[in-house]
Design a protein around this ligand. Structure first.
Ligand code: ZN
Length: 424
C-alpha cells in the first residue's frame, strides 16, 4: 500500500481541486479522503506530497520508441524510462519501427517487451496499411486483439482518400480511432521547414501550411462519409484547427492533439541547427496563436509529445540531411506550465485535462482519481526551478532544442500501478 499525503489533488473528471490523501492498494486506488482522514493505512508506505499537485496519471498518446529496429536511438526500456521522468504513466508508441508494427506478432513483441522492461504502460498503435506503404489495409482486427489502441501510418499520411475510406470503415466497426499524420506529400515534397519569410531568409525549402490542412480537409470529409473516429496527430496549422473546430460543431467524431514544441516555438526560431527540424515543421506566429486558442477553448483534445529520438550519428548532420523529430517526454510538462499555465492562457485543471482525460477519451479509456481506478498518479511541482540538461537524459538520444532551458515547475514523482517509477 502507498499513501500519498498532504497533496493538492486536481482531477478534471470530477473537477476536484482540494487537499486530499490518496491510498493506493496494489494496482488500484483504495481510498480518497480529506487530509488526515484515511483510517486504514497501517503499514502503508507514505509519500509526502505537501506543496505539490497530485493528478491522474499523464498519458502521452504519440511517441516513437524505435524498438524493434533502431535500438541505437531508443528502446522500449529507455523510452519508457524517459517518459516516467516526464511524469507520464502511459505512452502510445507509433508503428513506424523496423519492421513496421502492421501485424499481431509485432504488436505482441512490443507488448511483451513493455511488460518485461517498460517503466510505464506502453499502448501500441498499429499501422493502418501493410508496412505503412499505403497500398492495402493491415491486419487491424488481429492487432486489436493483441493490444493496439489505434491505427496510424504516422511518419506519413494514409496514402489516398480511397484507402482512408476503407481503413475508417473498418475501424468504425472495431471502434478504434484512426490517427492521421496529415500531410499532402505533393505540397510537402523536398521541404525541410515551414514556407515563409524565415525559410526564405535561411534559404531552406519550405512547405506551406496547406501541406497539412489539405490532408485534414480530405480526412474530415472521409470521416463524415464513414462515421469513423478521426484523430489528427501533431496539428500545427491554424487552417487545420479551423477544420477540426468545424467538424466538431457539426457533430463529427474528429479530435486532435498539439505538441509542446508547436505551442512554444515558431518558424522564426529555426536556425541551421537540426534540433529545430521536425515534421510538421515549426509553424508561423499566427498558427501558434491559434493553437493556444484551441488549447483554451476545447478544440484541442490532448497534448502529445511526438517524442522522436534519433541517435547523434544520424541527427547531428546538415539541416537538410537530418531526419525529422525531437525528444519530447522530459520537457512536456515544464513547457505546458510555462506556455499555458504561468502565462495565464489556461487553468491548471484544463492543462491536466489535456494530459489525462483528454487523451484517454480519444483512446476510448477513462482517467480519473476514484476508488477502484488504476493506481496511476502524476505528482508535480508548480514552482520548483530546474534546468533541462539533455546530456543527463535517460533517453538514448540527445535531439532536443530545449537543452539548457530553465523551467518553473515539473515532474516530482510518477506512480504506475501503485509503484513509484520515478521520484525526483
Ligand atoms: Zn507524424
Amino acid at each position: 500500500m502507498l499513501l500519498i499525503k498532504n497533496g493538492r489533488v486536481l482531477d478534471p473528471a470530477s473537477e476536484t481541486d482540494s487537499p486530499r490523501d490518496i491510498l493506493l492498494d496494489g494496482e488500484r486506488i483504495a481510498e480518497i479522503a480529506p487530509a488526515g482522514k484515511i483510517a486504514h493505512a497501517n503499514g502503508a508506505q507514505t509519500f509526502d506530497a505537501a506543496g505539490f499537485i497530485v493528478a491522474p496519471g499523464f498519458i502521452d498518446m504519440h511517441a516513437h520508441l524505435r524498438e524493434p529496429g533502431q535500438e541505437n536511438s531508443e528502446t522500449i526500456e529507455t523510452g519508457s524510462h524517459a517518459a516516467a521522468h516526464g511524469g507520464f504513466t502511459a505512452i502510445c508508441c507509433m508503428p513506424n519501427t523496423k519492421p513496421v508494427n502492421d501485424n499481431a506478432s509485432i504488436t505482441r513483441f512490443i507488448v511483451d517487451r513493455a511488460k518485461a522492461f517498460g517503466h510505464v504502460r506502453v499502448w501500441p498503435i498499429g499501422a493502418a496499411s501493410i508496412g505503412s506503404k499505403g497500398e492495402s489495409i493491415s491486419e487491424i482486427a488481429a492487432m486489436r486483439d493483441a493490444g493496439i489502441v489505434a491505427v496510424s501510418d504516422d511518419g506519413k499520411p494514409i496514402a489516398s482518400a480511397k484507402l482512408a475510406r476503407q481503413i475508417m470503415d473498418y475501424c468504425r466497426s472495431l471502434d478504434l480511432p484512426v490517427i492521421e499524420h496529415a500531410e499532402d506529400v505533393s505540397l510537402a515534397a523536398g521541404a525541410v521547414m515551414r514556407e515563409g519569410i524565415a525559410s526564405t531568409r535561411l534559404g531552406l525549402p519550405g512547405m506551406p501550411a496547406a501541406a497539412e490542412s489539405v490532408c485534414v480537409a480530405r480526412d474530415v470529409q472521409v470521416a463524415e462519409l464513414t462515421g469513423a473516429h478521426l484523430h489528427i496527430a501533431h496539428l500545427s496549422a491554424k487552417s487545420s484547427l479551423a477544420q477540426v473546430r468545424f467538424a466538431k460543431q457539426n457533430g463529427l467524431r474528429v479530435t486532435c492533439e498539439v505538441t509542446p514544441h508547436h505551442f512554444t516555438l515558431i518558424d522564426e526560431d529555426v536556425t541551421y541547427d537540426s534540433r529545430y527540424k521536425m515534421n510538421p515543421p515549426l509553424a508561423a506566429r499566427e498558427d501558434r496563436e491559434a493553437l493556444l486558442e484551441g488549447l483554451a477553448d476545447g478544440t484541442v483534445d490532448a497534448i502529445a509529445t511526438d517524442h522522436a529520438p534519433h541517435e547523434p550519428a544520424i541527427k547531428d548532420v546538415e539541416f537538410d540531411k537530418a531526419p525529422f523529430g525531437i525528444l519530447g517526454f522530459e520537457t512536456a510538462l515544464g513547457l505546458a506550465l510555462e506556455q499555458l499555465v504561468h502565462s495565464g492562457r489556461i487553468s491548471l485543471l484544463r492543462m491536466i485535462e489535456l494530459f489525462t482525460v483528454g487523451p484517454a477519451r480519444v483512446l476510448g479509456k477513462q482517467r480519473k482519481l476514484a476508488i477502484g481506478e488504476p493506481a496511476d498518479v502524476t505528482i508535480f511541482s508548480l514552482d520548483r526551478p530546474w534546468t533541462y540538461r539533455v546530456k543527463e537524459s535517460v533517453s538514448k538520444s540527445r535531439n532536443s532544442p530545449f537543452d539548457g532551458r530553465s523551467f518553473k515547475g515539473g515532474p516530482v514523482a510518477t506512480i504506475v500501478a501503485g509503484k513509484i517509477v520515478y521520484k525526483q
